[in-house]
Design a protein. Structure first.
Length: 283
């Protein structure tokens, strides 16, 4: 049968449809977004220098605090177990948590300030995927840095205190949990900073909001009369962190497991709010 006859019969051959090439899988796209965010985070020289300075200052002041504590009447062999343990993280909480929280805020606000966020959202239209990638990369980096310095601060402090017969070993009940929890505290604060930056977009305002969540609320609770200072304060990040790094925390604080839930709840709530806000505004 000729082509004309086939066409007349309504059965003319049609050109084969071009086979549509399948796009990259969701796993590949997620890996690419993570790689992109990791490149942004590590390529900034200011991030590396800030972390390096914060680490050096933290370790130096940890040694100073341990020396002062060991020389004081409450230190050495007369110290309470929770004091000898919590002392390891005094400088850590002040001189490492704050810079890392600020750097985490800049993960979003720096892109909003430069306009790069439009390029990011054009390349990855699913904004929640961008938020998840930034949170995952920043949280993982904070966890690694936090755990390394938490162990370093613990061993440095206990080595100094052991010279006065007051040091603890990592095998002491609650010591390993406290060191691991200290590293996680840094992660919780970093994720809170990422969420605050995504919500507020402006660096100064986002830093103020993150510092309020990380520190200021606990300071305000300390100003309240007892027992409300502990009843409300135990739901803040600093109080929950102290309950994690002390072997025998105050009776008014939550248990270590409940305090861990508080440490998880703060960044989870902020990141959830950030996910809602990102999907409901233009940029």
């Amino acid at each position: 049968m000729s082509a004309a006859q086939l066409q007349a019969a309504g059965t003319a051959p049609t050109a084969p449809a071009a086979s549509a090439e399948p796009g990259p899988s969701r796993l590949v796209r997620g890996r690419d977004v993570l790689a992109s965010e990791w490149t942004k985070l590590r390529s900034l020289r200011s991030n590396r220098w800030t972390l390096a300075v914060a680490a050096v200052v933290t370790l130096a002041l940890t040694a100073v605090v341990a020396q002062v504590f060991a020389a004081s009447p409450a230190g050495g062999k007369h110290a309470a177990v929770m004091d000898r343990l919590a002392t390891s993280f005094l400088a850590y909480a002040e001189y490492l948590v704050l810079p890392v929280t600020v750097l985490s805020v800049l993960v979003f606000t720096s892109e909003y300030g430069s306009g790069l966020i439009r390029t990011t959202f054009t390349a990855v239209p699913r904004r929640q995927a961008v938020l998840a990638a930034k949170a995952a990369v920043t949280g993982a980096a904070a966890l690694v840095v936090g755990e390394i310095l938490a162990f370093a601060c613990f061993f440095l402090t206990q080595a100094i205190l052991s010279g006065r017969h007051g040091g603890l070993s990592l095998a002491h009940p609650g010591a390993l949990r406290a060191v691991l929890a200290a590293g996680f505290v840094l992660t919780a604060c970093a994720l809170t900073g990422v969420g605050a930056g995504a919500i507020i977009r402006h660096t100064a305002g986002a830093i103020a909001a993150a510092m309020t969540a990380v520190i200021l609320l606990a300071v305000l609770c300390l100003a309240l009369p007892a027992p409300w200072n502990l009843r409300l304060g135990r739901f803040t990040l600093p109080f929950a962190a102290y309950a994690e790094v002390a072997v025998h925390p105050s009776g008014g604080l939550l248990s270590p497991w409940l305090s861990l839930l508080v440490l998880i709840a703060w960044p989870a709530a902020v990141l959830f709010a950030a996910a809602v806000v990102l999907t409901r505004r233009d940029v």
